[in-house]
Design a protein around this ligand. Structure first.
Ligand code: CUA
Length: 343
């Protein structure tokens, strides 16, 4: 529940593409709301005004009187009206024309092709790979510098400041099935499609946490493929970058855990930079403890949850691809103690 405390409303945008989407939504809601009220209004009026009832002083031929024998009002019967025909053809055509124009303008604002990275551009480039059911983030460039490290599930980006925007361009790919990267307050949603590369961008001046969610059904744990975008102040972001770029630090007091970890099949899927663990199938664990959650936003990254996860991930996330490895308590605790040093 802590994870849902933040707003995910499209009506509270924090980035230019999200603002464009909000404006379009409000306009579409206003137009369709007006049409709804007009049509329903006429319908209700007609039901009331022309309902079946006895009428005083009207003369209907006896064969058109109601079953009760009472005479009834019948509205004047109209057989075709050119002005009305023209009006109800032209008005919807005009409405559709306006909606096409504003949608095209919004697409233009939201779909900005990524520029080439260059020095001093204050722009962050990240490649996002969606997998069942987590997100991999490879940091490509920031401010013209090549980065080239990989992390998972928590996307850190720098906040812009007055006069200094810090745009973020994401390159979106899928490792398996279709996913969709959806962070409502930053940039709507864009699909990640196998064999295809998509992109999206946003830029925000508001530090803090922005939540999102995979927005394309992708299997059992689709609903738990959560997105966390942490917007750091520029200096916090630089500090985070500096830490993430480093390989894992070797702590002498967790040697046992480290060798247990490296001796298990963990290394076939996970990477810990600076060690022989070079798997690239599962989340990069080099700085695991710098992330606030486990299992793509499902539970807090506490020692207790980490222990539960290592013992049997499917207790927390049924269907996830990491199985329980049948570790003994001691092996499990050693591994957890080692993981807790990956800051
Ligand atoms: Cu990934 Cu739904």
């Amino acid at each position: 529940m802590i994870l849902l405390a933040q707003s995910m409303s499209i009506f509270d945008p924090a980035s230019p593409p999200a603002e464009s989407i909000r404006s379009l939504s409000v306009l579409v809601l206003a137009i369709t709301g007006f049409i709804f009220i007009a049509v329903e209004g006429i319908l209700v009026y007609s039901i009331v005004r022309f309902r079946r009832r006895a009428a005083a002083g009207t003369s209907l031929p006896p064969e058109r009187a109601g079953e009760s024998g009472r005479r009834e009002i019948e509205p004047p019967q109209v057989y075709g009206s050119k002005p009305i025909e023209i009006a109800w053809t032209a008005a919807p055509a005009l409405v559709v024309f306006v909606l096409v124009l504003v949608s095209a303008r919004t697409l233009w604002e939201v779909n900005v092709p990524p520029p080439q990275p260059r020095e001093g551009d204050n722009t962050l480039f990240v490649t996002v790979v969606g997998s069942q059911w987590w997100w991999e983030y490879t940091y490509d460039h920031y401010n013209g510098r090549a980065l080239g490290f990989t992390t998972a599930n928590e996307l850190h980006i720098p906040a812009g400041e007055k006069g200094v925007p810090r745009p973020v361009f994401l390159t979106l790919r899928s490792a398996d099935v279709c996913h969709s990267f959806g962070v409502p307050r930053l940039g709507g949603k864009t699909d990640l499609i196998p064999g295809r590369t998509n992109s999206m961008w946003f830029q925000t001046d508001r530090p803090g946490l922005h939540l999102g969610q995979c927005a394309e059904y992708c299997g059992t744990q689709h609903a738990n493929m959560l997105i966390r975008v942490v917007v750091d102040s520029p200096s916090d972001f630089e500090a985070w970058l500096a830490n993430e770029r480093k390989p894992a630090v070797e702590h002498p007091d967790v040697r046992a855990g480290r060798s247990t970890f490296l001796g298990q099949s963990c290394v076939n899927c996970h990477r810990v930079r600076g060690t022989p663990a070079r798997g690239d199938y599962a989340p990069d664990l080099t700085h695991l403890m710098s992330r606030k959650t486990l299992a793509s936003g499902m539970v807090e990254n506490t020692p207790e949850n980490l222990r539960r996860w290592v013992a049997d991930p499917r207790q927390i996330k049924p269907g996830c691809l990491m199985p329980a490895f049948g570790l003994g308590d001691r092996e499990r605790d050693d591994i957890v103690r080692y993981l807790l040093t990956l800051r």
